[in-house]
Write a protein that binds this ligand. Structure first.
Ligand code: GLY
Length: 332
């Protein structure tokens, strides 16, 4: 190994073929949404996977659907901004056969951060690029810098700003119709191809009204996304700080490695987060975890929920499009 530069080493690892297994697997693509978004998001990815196309193209095309859609206020274009009304995006990608990964954080002006994360993985020797550096890297690869703030997101931000305090100069409108819930939506896309290789993406605009520069779990490998080609893949959404301090997705992959089903492993992380927060009556935030194992079994659990508000994941396989209603730990 002496004399081999680090980039050369990385390159030789990343050359491993996408079809590293001779065992035939049933391809599957999974995302952390229900019926409506699930179908929309998974359609392009499944059409690639079912034809034995590129696994990475499949997860990227699917993640791009939400990133480019301004109707989704928690990811990409139209995502909710930070406290200065600037949209800052986080995304990560991981590829099982090489165990390689890439991510960008607090990137501004680029609609598809998951595509930039893929380039970090495939075209650099690094894993994590943030802020202006990430934007410059994207520009170097031909991405356009655009305004990501939609009228809808700007109005939501203004509502928040005006309702922050009665001791400043910003007055809320008089209709009093203000939903103070702080959005932490995100999307995970996880897939297994017919060779049994695994890839995943997590992409988000992060916590609404966050402090500029705040980075959540989504771009951190092992937190908002983790996978192991011999075990399965995991993604998290919700309050990122809790996922970060539990190394959430890594924890769930290791639970599956130790023999838990994806469902049991997701629930184990929810219980762990509740435990470190001091118990069920101390928890007033939500996290949702999704997982798929190497056999194509799926699981989904959240901390909070209720009847009719169960956490969901959607998946597409040779058996068609399906939605799984997961479990929740605390009824709220
Ligand atoms: N899970 C998204 C975030 O906290 O940023």
């Amino acid at each position: 190994m002496l004399g081999l530069s680090i980039p050369a080493m990385a390159k030789s690892v990343s050359k491993k073929s996408e079809s590293s297994s001779l065992v035939k697997h049933n391809p599957i693509i999974v995302c952390s949404r229900g019926e409506k978004w699930g179908k929309k998001v998974l359609k392009p990815g499944w059409s690639i996977l079912k034809k034995n196309g590129s696994l990475l193209d499949a997860v990227e095309r699917s993640a791009n659907v939400t990133e480019l859609d301004p109707e989704d206020g928690s990811v990409g274009f139209g995502g909710l901004p930070n406290e200065n009304c600037v949209v800052q995006l986080d995304a990560s990608i991981m590829y099982g056969p090489t165990h390689n990964c890439g991510s960008v954080a607090a990137i501004e002006g680029i609609k598809t951060p998951s595509s930039v994360a893929r380039l970090v993985m495939e075209r650099t020797d690094h894993i994590h690029i943030v802020g202006k550096g990430a934007q410059n890297f994207a520009k170097a690869h031909g991405f356009k810098v655009e305004n990501l703030l939609t009228e809808r997101s700007r109005k939501s931000w203004l509502r928040w700003k005006e309702n922050l305090s009665d001791k400043d100069d910003w007055f809320p409108p008089t209709d009093g119709n203000y939903d103070s819930e702080r959005s932490t939506g995100t999307i995970n896309v996880l897939a297994i191809d017919s060779a049994g290789d695994i890839a995943g993406i997590t992409t988000t605009s992060g916590m609404a009204w966050k402090i500029p520069g705040r980075i959540g779990d989504s771009p951190i490998i092992g937190a908002g996304l983790y996978l192991d080609n011999e075990v399965g893949a995991v993604g998290a959404t919700g309050r990122g700080e809790e996922i970060l301090r539990t190394c959430g997705s890594f924890f769930v992959v290791e639970q599956m490695r130790a023999g838990k089903s994806p469902q049991e492993a997701c629930e184990a992380l929810c219980e762990r987060i509740i435990y470190i927060n001091g118990g069920r009556d101390k928890v007033n935030f939500n996290d949702k975890i999704i997982a798929v194992n190497k056999n194509g079994d799926v699981g989904c659990a959240s901390i909070l929920g209720g009847k009719g508000r169960e956490p969901k994941l959607a998946y597409w396989s040779n058996k068609g499009f399906k939605v799984l209603k997961g479990t929740y730990i605390i009824e709220n």
